[in-house]
Design a protein around this ligand. Structure first.
Ligand code: DQA
Length: 241
C-alpha cells in the first residue's frame, strides 16, 4: 500500500516501544487490527539494538512501515548528531523492512541526496516539518511545502500547534492551496484538542494520512484508532469530491 494523493485518509499508528519485547507485543496487536493501514516506528523512543528490531519487523509486520527518528528539535524523545541521523536513515532505506523514511526538512542534511539514494532501494521518502509552538502564517506554511517539494521527496508532512480556531482553518486552507499547485501526497495536521478536526477531515482539505493511537499518543490531539476510523468512515459517506 502507498500513500496516495487523495481519497479517504489512511490510518497510521505510531509505535513508541522502548524494548524488543514491547515491540513484539505492539506488532502483534497492530497486525490483528484490520483498520490500520500504516505503522510509524518512532525510533527515537527505542533503547535497544536497531538491526534486531528491523529484522523483527521484516519477519512479522504485515503493514507498511515508516521509519521515523523524530529529533529533539521537532518534539522527539532523543538527541542525535547529524552524522548519526544520516547513518540511521541510510541503514533504514537499505533495509527491506522499511517502506518509507521520514526526513526532517529543517535538519542540515543533503535531502536531495538522501531521496535519490532511498529511491535506489525502492524506499519512499516523507519530508516533514513540525512546529509544536505555534502555527506560522499562511505564506510561511506555503513556503515550507515548496521547500519540501524541492527535495523531490514522495510525501510532504506538516504538523503545527494551533492557538485559535483560525489557525486550524489556515492550516487546512494552506494544504488546499498547495495541492492545487503541487498535486502531491500531503500529510498535514493541527495538533492539540483544537486541531482534532484536521485529523478526520483530510478528505476535504487534502491530507492523506491520520496518525491515531492504540495506547500512547506520539503527539497531542491524536484520536484513538477506533474513533478516527469511525469518524472518517461517517464523513466519507458524504464524500465531497
Ligand atoms: O509527524 C508526525 C505527526 C505527529 O506529530 C502527529 O501530530 O500526529 C505524530 C508523529 O509521530 C509523526 O511523526
Amino acid at each position: 500500500m502507498r500513500i496516495e494523493r487523495s481519497g479517504k485518509p489512511k490510518i497510521c499508528v505510531p509505535i513508541m516501544a522502548k524494548t524488543l519485547s514491547q515491540l513484539e507485543l505492539a506488532i502483534e496487536t497492530i497486525n490483528s487490527h484490520e483498520g490500520i493501514d500504516f505503522v510509524e516506528w518512532r525510533v527515537d523512543y527505542y533503547q535497544e539494538a536497531i538491526p534486531q528490531a528491523l529484522a523483527l519487523y521484516q519477519t512479522t509486520l504485515t503493514k507498511p512501515l515508516i521509519f521515523t527518528f523524530r529529533t529533539e528539535e521537532e518534539g522527539g524523545e532523543a538527541a542525535i548528531t547529524m552524522e548519526a541521523y544520516t547513518d540511521l536513515l541510510r541503514m533504514a532505506y537499505h533495509h527491506a523492512a522499511v517502506d518509507y523514511i521520514d526526513v526532517e526538512l529543517n535538519r542540515p542534511v543533503d535531502h536531495k541526496a538522501i531521496v535519490k539514494a532511498a529511491h535506489q532501494y525502492q524506499t519512499q521518502v516523507i519530508v516533514s516539518y513540525h512546529n509544536f509552538n505555534h502555527t506560522p502564517i499562511q505564506a510561511d506554511l506555503l513556503d515550507v511545502f515548496r521547500r519540501q517539494a524541492a527535495t523531490k521527496a514522495d510525501v510532504l508532512k506538516l504538523a503545527v500547534m494551533p492557538h485559535h480556531k483560525s489557525d486550524v482553518l489556515s492550516l487546512m486552507d494552506s494544504v488546499l492551496k498547495i495541492k492545487a499547485e503541487l498535486n502531491m501526497p500531503i500529510i498535514a495536521m493541527a495538533m492539540g484538542r483544537l486541531g482534532a478536526i484536521s485529523r478526520v477531515s483530510g478528505q476535504w482539505f487534502g491530507s492523506s494520512v491520520t496518525f491515531a493511537t492504540l495506547k500512547d499518543q506520539s503527539a497531542p490531539g491524536q484520536l484513538s484508532v477506533d474513533v478516527a476510523i469511525d469518524l472518517i468512515n461517517h464523513l466519507s459517506e458524504v464524500d465531497p469530491s
